[in-house]
Every structure is written in structure tokens, then in C-alpha cells.
Design a protein around this ligand. Structure first.
Ligand code: G1P
Length: 281
């Protein structure tokens, strides 16, 4: 059933790929040009019409909470760009924090937040995956509008080569497609070994879940790498509904993986240029 969604941002990881910068600053606060990266993710969530956000973090990263509580207390106009104020209307942000003290995996991180509202549908946004899109159609908003149409769970997808598949959750799609950007998902596997999957779409860090996902997250079985994988919970939900009910949406916009050093730099240049600041390289 279509409901008011809240959004979960998993932000408890220690950012090992971005050391040494992350020894001093949580990766979610590293700058994308002149803004902490979490601001770009929150902007996308607000532009998608969601004002209630739950951040899953760690007591070892108190700066995220300190920063955001300071921001929420300020005026919204000083925090978010004008486009959010215009499109968001009278949006009043509500930001909560929960803690994941053990690095048990993405599925566990999401459940740390979602277990408190077992009957609510929700979105998940992975803050490493930055999307630069038209503000009229933010990446998460593309999933939210498909969810509003169908009430079903939605996964953000991008086409990838066979070589890249092993870096991502891999999705096989049913034919015929629903429309040019959307297909029902027939199978999902987390980071398949090369040559073991026919999938040609990767799951990127944007999800909208109907609340039955919670019972599969609660099971908390360990998967790849000994971690509780979000992809495994989605695959179980798919199996329990007879292989129906999860829709893949190929997202429009430019995705940059800001969880890598080069990606962080590219995202800064992209953000500066989007703001009309020429960068000569
Ligand atoms: C996570 C998910 C994976 C997804 C990816 C998108 O992996 O487990 O399914 O495809 O994010 O960025 P990670 O990049 O955290 O290893």
C-alpha cells in the first residue's frame, strides 16, 4: 500500500577506501566542492518529497549528528539551495539517528532503523552513490513516483558490462518490460562471481521498500563476505511473493561513486560546474 515514506541513510561505515581523509572526517562530511557530501544526498531526498530521514551511524562518528543537528536548527534557507525550498514547499525536515555498533553488513544497518517502524514502507539511499539529475526528477524521486503508481518495492538500476557486474548487486529483468525504464525483477544476487550471472543491470544505492522487507531483514542471515546483505533480503522477499512485486527502474541522471578518491574529485568538479563555476583542468 502506498504510504508516506521515510528515508534511511546508512552512514556507519569507517570509510576505509578514503583513508587517510576519513581518519579525520567521516566520509559523509567530506566536501563535494564546498558542501558536505551528506547535504547532496539530503537535497535529493527532500526534492523527492520526503522530509523524515533516519541516519544509521556509529558512536565513533559523532560529527555527523553534531553537524546535522546544527543544520536542522538553522533556517532551511541557509542550508538547502533555493530549488529545494521552491519544490519542497513548506517542508520541515525531521532527522533522527540510530546506531549500528557492529559492522554486520548493509542489511543489518537498514534493519537497525527499519525495525522501529515494522509496518511502514521506506526508502534507502546509500550516500556513496551520488546522483546528479534534473531537480524535477531526482534519482530517488524516480523510484518514489513508480512506487506511488504501484505500491510495490522499487530498486534503482544502471546497465553494466559483464566485467563490472561483480562489483554490485546484480538484477535479472523480466520481459516484456513495463515501460522504457521499468521492468519487473526476476532474480537478484549480490556481487556474482564472473561468468555466473546473465544479469546486465546493477542495483545502485536507491531503494524503496514495501514493509514486508522487514521480516526478511529480521532473519539476518549472513551472506557474501560473512555480512548480512540487503540484496539477500530483497531476493527472499521476491521469492516469498512468487517472484513478483519488485520493480527495477533504470535511473536517469549521472551517478558518481563518491566512495572512491577519484569519484570524490569528479563529484566536486561536477558540483562546481553545475553551479556555474568554471573549472579548467
Ligand atoms: C552495496 C550493495 C550492492 C549495490 C552497491 C551500490 O555494495 O551491497 O548491492 O550494488 O552498494 O553502490 P557496496 O558498494 O557497499 O559494496
Amino acid at each position: 500500500m502506498s504510504q508516506n515514506l521515510y528515508a534511511i541513510i546508512p552512514a556507519a561505515g569507517m570509510g576505509t577506501r578514503l583513508r587517510p581523509a576519513t581518519l579525520a572526517t567521516p566520509k559523509e562530511l567530506l566536501p563535494i566542492f564546498d558542501r558536505p557530501s551528506i547535504d547532496l544526498v539530503l537535497e535529493e531526498i527532500f526534492l523527492s518529497g520526503i522530509n523524515h530521514v533516519v541516519i544509521v551511524t556509529s558512536k565513533r562518528k559523532p560529527m555527523i549528528r553534531e553537524y546535522l543537528e546544527g543544520r536542522v536548527d538553522e533556517s532551511f534557507e541557509n542550508w538547502m539551495p533555493k530549488v529545494v525550498q521552491t519544490r519542497g514547499g513548506k517542508l520541515v525536515p525531521k532527522i533522527e539517528f540510530v546506531y549500528q555498533e557492529e559492522a554486520l553488513g548493509l542489511g543489518h544497518a537498514v534493519y537497525c532503523a527499519s525495525q522501529h517502524r515494522p509496518q511502514s514502507d521506506f526508502a534507502v539511499v546509500l550516500p556513496d552513490d551520488l546522483y546528479f539529475s534534473d531537480p524535477e526528477t531526482p534519482a530517488l524521486g524516480q523510484l518514489v513516483s513508480s512506487y506511488r503508481d504501484s505500491g510495490q518495492s522499487q530498486l534503482g538500476l544502471m546497465p553494466v558490462s559483464a566485467e563490472e557486474l561483480e562489483l554490485y548487486g546484480a538484477a535479472c529483468l523480466e520481459t516484456p518490460e513495463i515501460d522504457s525504464n521499468r521492468s519487473a525483477i526476476s532474480a537478484l544476487v549480490e556481487k556474482p562471481k564472473r561468468g555466473t550471472s546473465d544479469a546486465r543491470h546493477a542495483v545502485v544505492g536507491r531503494y524503496v521498500f514495501s514493509h514486508p522487507i522487514n521480516s526478511h531483514l529480521r532473519e539476518g542471515e549472513k551472506g557474501l563476505g560473512g555480512e548480512i546483505q540487503l540484496t539477500d533480503a530483497i531476493a527472499k522477499m521476491l521469492a516469498s511473493s512468487g517472484g513478483h512485486g519488485v520493480i527495477g527502474v533504470t535511473l536517469q541522471g549521472e551517478r558518481i561513486d563518491a566512495g572512491t578518491k577519484v569519484g570524490l574529485l569528479r563529484a566536486s568538479i561536477r558540483e562546481a560546474r553545475a553551479r556555474g563555476i568554471p573549472i579548467a583542468l
